[in-house]
Ligand binder design. Structure first.
Ligand SMILES: CC(C)(COP(=O)(O)OP(=O)(O)OC[C@H]1O[C@@H](n2cnc3c(N)ncnc32)[C@H](O)[C@@H]1OP(=O)(O)O)[C@@H](O)C(=O)NCCC(=O)NCCS
Length: 166
């Protein structure tokens, strides 16, 4: 990191990303399938904690540097695999940015972690945009499971000979 793609740069979270982060935690459209808006005290704490945190990346527009979302990679305690998480500000949806960012992160992770062959993503079963996105990048449905009273689903992305074609 920083990791450039055609239209984006993925980089560590900075203190001045707090405006974008606050929207990621509180915007009703972003939070629709993620338990709703997060309380203000938690928002402030998370914003502080995420600055420079390994595995938490700000998605920015390459041309302007504008922060448009958050990408994460960390251990999924349920499956034991690495897990990616993602959220973009709604005005940037449906432009292929999430797909571009996740594919770049996967290629980067598979390149640096030779013992990692599977990276998963968990999402609520009724989060159609997220499931469509995962299918669009070639992730395979693995299983459904219950979490917090909701049905969730796990998808898996596997290492390919050319990781950019995941
Ligand atoms: C899920 C999310 C990250 C998708 O981001 P995005 O940048 O709009 O996704 P992309 O533009 O890269 O979409 C790639 C593909 O995913 C699918 N897709 C994405 N959003 C979709 C939607 N609303 N409806 C149907 N398909 C969708 C499409 O196949 C799309 O390709 P296409 O536009 O060529 O048809 C975004 O909706 C978001 O931030 N949601 C809120 C946070 C969230 O729910 N995160 C997942 C929590 S686990």
């Amino acid at each position: 990191m920083p990791l450039p793609t055609d239209r984006l740069v993925l980089r560590a979270v900075q203190a001045d990303d707090d405006g974008m982060l606050t929207r990621i935690w509180t915007d009703p459209d972003v939070r629709r399938y993620m338990g709703g808006s997060v309380p203000q005290d938690v928002v402030r704490q998370r914003n502080r904690d995420f600055v420079g945190k390994p595995g938490k990346y700000c998605v920015t527009l390459r041309v302007t540097g504008q922060p448009i979302g958050l990408l994460g990679i960390g251990q999924d305690h349920r499956s034991g695999h690495l897990e990616v998480s993602y959220g973009l500000l709604p005005e940037h949806w449906r432009r292929g940015y999430a797909q571009e960012a996740i594919l770049a992160l996967l290629a980067w992770a598979f390149d640096r972690l030779p013992d990692t062959d599977v990276i998963v993503a968990n999402t609520r079963a009724d989060n159609a945009p997220s499931r469509q996105l995962l299918q669009a990048i070639g992730a395979q449905f693995v299983e459904s499971f219950g979490e917090g009273g909701e049905e969730s689903v796990m998808y898996a992305m596997t290492r390919r000979e050319d990781p950019t074609s995941v």
